[in-house]
Design a protein around this ligand. Sequence first.
Ligand SMILES: *Cc1c(COP(=O)(O)O)cnc(C)c1O
Length: 368
Amino acid sequence: MNPPIRISEPVPPRDDVQALEGYHSPQLDVRVRLNTNESPYPPPAGFVEAWLDELANVPLHRYPDRQARDLRAALAQRLGQPMERVFCANGSNEVLQTLLLAYGGHARRALAFEPTYALHSHIARLTGTPIAEGERRPDFTVDPETATKLVERHTPSIVFTCSPNNPTGTLDPPEAVDALVDAVAATGRGLLVVDEAYGEFASRSAIQQVDDDRPLVVVRTYSKVWSMAAIRLGFCVAPPWVVEELEKVVLPYHLAAPTQIAGRVALRFDTEMKARVDELVRERDRLLDALEGQAGVVPYPSGANFVLFRVQADGQRVWDGLVAHGVLVRNFSRWPRLHDCLRVTVGTRDENDAFLEALSRVLTEVTS
Ligand SMILES: *Cc1c(COP(=O)(O)O)cnc(C)c1O
């Protein structure tokens, strides 16, 4: 027998994949972790019990419901929407990927307004969809006029916006969403995708603007508000003709039974969830006030469970200093448009106090 032929180099992936960098968000072992916008609280104990109870009766040798009907019906009822407008997937990132697989591709274009959630352009590239970059205004809102011009110029098949915007916390006013859907509808060839991963923390949502004859999709997740980042469940509200295409594109039986059940059972714990949201919104506003009062710091208004702030110092040094004090926040200091900016996730009261105290110390250290 001949010896097997061995290769001396790894097999190259697609050229466009080789050119990509992976998703980086360093996880360090520190005392206070305020870097990934998770909830500081686990789901209610009653939820875990109810979920496991139902799970015990699932016929595990059978595939799960391909259309996730019970989950979608429960979600639809809660949102006051028909079930035909709800699509569920493994985290909202899979919803975004499915939208791009169905509506993107190399012959088409997506449009995003920077600075925004990096995964919008990253997943676009993964699906071979060229991405055009629009700019947000200095206060990080989307300017409807500039946006409309860009939509006319690029005729994108997907326009992304994010409200509240990650990482800036900015809320799009309903007029901006309306202007964008109108601009996209006028081209007759695109969808407006509003990523509302933090929607429950905000005072307004675009879900009520979804209609069967408007090209508007609103994306939500269980990862943040519902304290279920580990479950991986997200969904979108969209016209039924969009949902039908998404169902075609996902792999058969992509949503596991434990995930479907978790999403449905969680809705029964609405009251507990609302109390957590209220508590986090109070803490966010307290953090914002404290940052306003801190010399050398400019916080941006936020409708989410995090606050972006700019330091009048070297942002990288401030981030390093915070880590040295056992506090991990997200470092955007080297991002275009976000120089010297850091983003802190709202944690428990004690965690937020630990962060504020560390920040005040670090600022004294780096500016003296
Ligand atoms: C966290 C986040 C998501 C979440 O993704 P999942 O896949 O649902 O965990 C989506 N969009 C934005 C803007 C986010 O910040």
